[in-house]
Design a protein around this ligand. Structure first.
Ligand SMILES: [Zn+2]
Length: 451
């Protein structure tokens, strides 16, 4: 990447968990923050930003191909519909997407994620093989499609190739409709090494306890570096199957039998008991919540007060892509708890962090950076120079007192809260100007036979 050293000046910026006034922000020639100085007048040589500035969040859990399925599973034709019937229909898309279509779908999604306040996405990537279930000549073909899509959109990417070995705890083989997913520990390690790019890094993932053997999970953890993600305890049926197969609940099994530490990020962790939360906190692992998808799939509600009180690092994920903006995720996250507990401002901490939105945002800021493998993330020296400019002229945000703007972004439901987005010191286009939307529409027409 070319040198991008530049100076920016913002009327307000969210630094260290609070608003600072009149802030000079300096981007180093490595695309990372070099300095940020509050309480200074705008220098003549600095680009003046027209609005308050927030750090961007990481989307810590994405399956890009599922963007092609959003809005297409909202009809019920049988007596019963749940996660598992949704999964059967989702597999219908997973079995048909080509590398070219995946690139088009992902590029469009990534532009939407930038507009939704995310500047980095963790791809939990389990779609690996060709339409017949055989490895491509280059086994990383679909990984490269995601890397190319991220580069085209200008978003950062943590690729997480997924270990996927079996159909269930007592089903040692894959189902025919899972044939594109099958990987060994060696395959995952090779895929982790296969991707490169200026805004790209890679960790590893385990699909779930049901889809990987215990010895393989341990081996992958021991032989890999970087963040390690896995789906866990999303569905109550999965908890029951795990108890029947192992005698332990899923999170309990992990804490007892896997080398869980701060590298680990537990996706969903919806069904937990207090002892499991304590165990995760003691090991320093993080949790990735996907409120929009969890609501869409009827997963259940997590013990958010428990996770917050335990100090477990939290992050957000767009997962099945029915929601693609962090304000929407935080709103759903808090509303689920209000509906469950029949209380208000469940996530706030009176006295220290009374703003629900600010407390959740701060937690997701720190946890998301860790989930993507960054030592530093946000508006701090050494972190990648990413930011969001709030559009205070947006209808839903007009007239809000400045100190309530973060509350307003989450709870007044603005359609387009961010006017501009910067990634690694460069402003990124938030609307299609390179045919990305047209290629997405063409891929959708190919997949669904529409025009
Ligand atoms: Zn997922």
């Amino acid at each position: 990447m070319a040198a991008v050293s530049q100076r920016l000046w913002a009327p307000r910026a969210w630094i260290g968990g609070r608003w600072r006034e009149r802030v000079l922000l300096v981007v180093g020639d490595d695309g990372c923050w070099d300095a940020m100085t509050p309480d200074v007048a705008a220098p003549e040589d600095a680009e003046a930003i027209d609005g308050p500035v927030l750090p961007a969040l990481v989307d810590a859990h994405s399956h890009a191909f599922q963007r092609a399925f959003a809005g297409l599973a909202e009809r019920r034709d049988a007596a019963h519909d749940d996660f598992w019937s949704w999964r059967d229909r989702m597999y219908g898309v997973a079995g048909r997407v080509t590398p070219e279509q995946l690139r088009a779908i992902a590029a469009h999604l990534y532009v939407e994620l930038l507009a939704g306040g995310y500047t980095h996405v963790c791809e939990f990537h389990y779609l690996q093989h060709d339409l017949g279930g055989r490895p491509y000549a280059d086994p990383a073909t679909l990984s490269h499609a995601l890397v190319d899509a991220a580069a085209e959109a200008g978003i950062g990417l943590t690729l997480l190739p997924v270990l996927y070995e079996r159909a269930g705890f007592t089903a040692p083989a894959l189902r025919p409709d899972q044939r594109r997913f099958g990987t060994s520990v060696d395959d995952v390690l090779a895929l982790q090494q296969a991707v490169r790019g200026p805004l790209v890094n890679a960790g590893v993932a385990v699909h779930s306890l049901r889809a990987a053997r215990p010895e393989s999970i341990v081996a992958l953890a021991e032989r890999s570096a970087g963040p390690l993600h896995l789906h866990v305890a999303e569905q109550s049926a999965e908890v029951d199957d795990c108890v029947a197969a192992t005698g332990c609940r899923p999170i309990e099994w992990l804490a007892r039998h896997a080398p869980v530490d701060a590298r680990w990020h537990l996706v969903h962790a919806t069904h937990s008991v207090p002892a499991e939360i304590e165990a995760v906190a003691a090991k320093g692992a993080g949790v990735v919540l996907c409120p929009g998808t969890e609501g869409n799939l009827g997963d259940g509600l997590c013990d958010l007060p428990g996770w917050l009180a335990a100090g477990v690092p939290l992050a957000l994920g767009s997962d099945s892509q029915v929601t693609r903006a962090w304000p929407d995720e935080l709103r759903w996250l808090e509303y689920g708890q209000r509906l469950r507990l029949r209380r208000r401002n469940v996530s706030a901490a009176p006295g220290t962090e009374p703003s629900t939105a600010a407390r959740l945002f701060e937690r997701m800021l720190a946890g998301g950076g860790a989930a993507a493998g960054f030592e530093r993330w946000g508006l701090q020296r050494g972190a990648r120079a990413d930011l969001l400019v709030i559009d205070t002229r947006e209808h839903a945000l007009r007239g809000l007192p400045a100190d309530h703007i973060l509350d307003g972004i989450v709870f007044t439901a603005p359609g387009r809260p961010f006017a501009r987005v910067m990634v690694a010191g460069r402003w990124r286009p938030l609307h299609d100007d390179h045919g990305i939307a047209a290629r997405f529409a063409a891929a959708m027409a190919e997949l669904w036979g529409m025009s």
